[in-house]
Design a protein around this ligand. Structure first.
Ligand SMILES: [Zn+2]
Length: 588
């Protein structure tokens, strides 16, 4: 990204286009009153709740509450950063893109990407050469990978040579230091020159979500160690920050609404070939928090599909924790017979694997089975082990009823008394991170009064003048719109209504932007200074109520009997609601 994001440039791009024309490229829109309606591209629906407002130049979905301006739409749909979205729309609307002065670090990066691209092309050509690439193509044939799939993932062959890449890149004017910096070559121990890092290996180019080759993985075709060799860290590649296959999988992930997470390169490639195009791989290492963050840009639901052996199940267990921390909805497709996804698809066929994925169990069912296997549950200590492993995860469930239902299942599976499990669950909840507890308590909905206050302030200059005089800092304490109101009152006054689409840009906070869009689509009636006073009074009351609740909650937590009684009711309810569900079984 080399386009300098000046305010003028962003404004020029914004003013050049029209949100209706833009979104019509993606979603069929039908007129409906002053707005246009269509099926939301961001959640699955049958009746349109997605609307676009030509006046506001904003979109909003009443179903999933996604909304924003043209930039936001492109960011979400095309999975771009803000800067990339501006550039994307500049091209779409034909706004001339200012050229940035080249910065040295960009130059290094660009040259490195160029070296990767050239090397990938070279490896690819070697693989498709019937003589040179024979060992690699025979290996792929044995693994059942077809030519089209190899092409799709740009698989290649690094020849059994010390200097093919060295010579290739030298001929294109790259220095030995640059090649080494790209991780493509290794400096000789005696300091005399360089040699190719990847030799006699099947090569998997690792690409970022935009499809640029940032690194390589290579599988040995002979006895060389290690069996899998990756590029070292470079200016384009930080270990644990990329997901293999994401560039190819991102559209399918959006279409399917979930991602299948596997461990290995070949698992991923074979799954894609079998039609599971929403699979991504953690590059053969344990999943990292950075990879989870990256995945969160594309999916909220994940089916973990690791090897069925005990190493795979242990890795899945760690992966589940990482995904839960990021609020993913996690299921586990367990592969029978200790096989890996690659073997399973080739031996049993795509429909069998599809059934595994569709019938994937909830993460707790998986963990319960895993933790109970191999234990002698007649030993009291063993039961404690299972409880200790599971309860912290139980605390991750967002919903109290579900949590209590699971506490009940656990009690049954271990033949323990409900009270004992409840006691332990309480401690686990206490230890859970505050964000989980907050989520468990349900989120604070946007109150009507808050939306009204913002709408009135945006629409009316007299209301703003009045608010500047009367709104004190404490009045908006704890309110979700505090940041928005402060931003409105802080704008240089130009008189007249403030256009919401323009104002969205003045907000730094992502949540504030989303909130503002929701408010803009509420069609609040106009109001003046008296409306501001009315809103502030109601906000005061809301604040007092909140405070008294907090006090009451503090007292309540000392009364354990009452708490136990409440949890017990939830447990019974949860069991009844859960009845048609598969219950975890004791016999494995
Ligand atoms: Zn939606």
């Amino acid at each position: 990204m080399t386009v300098p994001l000046t305010k003028d440039f962003v404004a020029a791009v914004r003013n050049a286009g029209d949100i209706v024309r833009l979104i019509s490229d993606y979603v069929p829109l039908k007129p409906g009153g002053t707005r246009l309606k269509g099926l939301c591209p961001f959640h699955h629906e049958k009746t349109p709740s997605f609307s676009v407002d030509p006046q506001l130049q904003l979109f909003y979905c009443f179903g999933c509450q996604t909304g924003g301006d043209s930039f936001k739409f492109v960011m979400l749909y095309e999975k771009l950063s803000f800067a990339e979205a501006v550039e994307f729309l500049a091209r779409r609307w034909g706004v001339p893109i200012p050229r940035a002065a080249p910065r040295p670090e960009n130059d290094v990066r660009e040259r490195l990407l160029l070296m990767n691209e050239m090397s990938a092309g070279h490896f690819r050509a070697a693989l498709t050469d019937p003589n040179r690439g024979r060992a690699a193509s025979e290996y792929l044939a044995r693994r059942g990978v077809g030519d089209a799939t190899a092409e799709r993932f740009s698989l290649g062959y690094a020849a059994d040579s010390w200097d093919e890449i060295v010579r290739l890149l030298a001929a294109r004017g790259f220095s030995p230091a640059e090649m080494q910096n790209a991780g493509l070559t290794v400096r000789r121990k005696d300091g005399n020159g360089h040699y190719d890092r990847f030799r006699h290996r099947l090569v998997f180019p690792i690409r970022d979500p935009a499809g640029r080759v940032v690194a390589f993985g290579g599988r040995a075709l002979g006895d060389a160690e290690p069996k899998y060799l990756n590029s070292p860290e470079t200016p384009t590649y930080v270990k644990g920050e990329h997901l293999y296959g994401l560039d190819v999988a991102k559209d399918a992930i959006r279409r399917e609404g979930f991602a299948i997470l596997v461990e290995g390169y070949l698992d991923l490639i074979v799954l894609h070939q079998a039609g599971f195009e929403n699979a991504v791989a953690s590059l053969g290492t344990a999943l990292t928090p950075a990879q989870v963050r990256l995945l969160a840009r594309f999916a909220e639901r994940v089916v973990v599909s690791y090897d069925g052996d005990s190493a795979g199940r242990n890795a899945a267990s760690k992966t589940i924790d990482l995904l839960l921390e990021r609020n993913f909805e996690v299921r586990v497709a367990e592969i029978p017979g200790g096989r890996d996804p690659d073997d399973y698809v080739r031996q049993e066929g795509a429909p069998a694997y599809d059934a595994l994925v569709r019938g994937a169990s909830g993460f707790l069912e998986f963990l319960l089975k895993k933790d109970m296997s191999g234990r002698d549950l007649e030993q009291p200590g063993e039961k404690v082990g299972v409880i200790n492993a599971l309860l912290p995860r139980l605390a991750h469930l967002p919903n109290a009823v579900e949590r209590a239902a699971w506490a009940g299942k656990l009690a049954e599976a271990l033949a323990l008394d409900d009270d004992l499990i409840l006691h332990e669950l309480r401690s686990a909840l206490k230890a859970a991170r505050p964000s989980i507890r907050q989520r468990a308590g349900g989120e604070d909905p946007l109150r009507d009064v808050e939306a009204r206050l913002v709408a009135v302030l945006l629409a009316d200059v007299a209301a703003r003048d009045h608010a500047r005089a009367v709104v004190g800092s404490h009045q908006l304490e704890g309110s979700r719109v505090a940041g928005i109101v402060r931003a409105i009152l802080g704008l240089p006054e130009r008189g007249g209504p403030i256009p919401a689409a323009e104002f969205v840009d003045a907000l730094d906070d992502e949540e504030d932007r989303a909130l503002l869009t929701r408010i803009a689509f509420r069609d609040e009636p106009p109001g003046g200074p008296e409306a501001v006073d009315g809103c502030l009074e109601m906000l005061n009351h809301a604040r007092w109520r909140r405070e008294s609740h907090e006090v009451a909650r503090g007292v309540g937590s000392e009364d354990r009997d009452e708490q136990t009684e409440r949890l017990r009711r939830l447990m019974d309810l949860g069991r009844r609601m859960d009845a048609p569900h598969r219950a975890p079984t004791l016999d494995n």
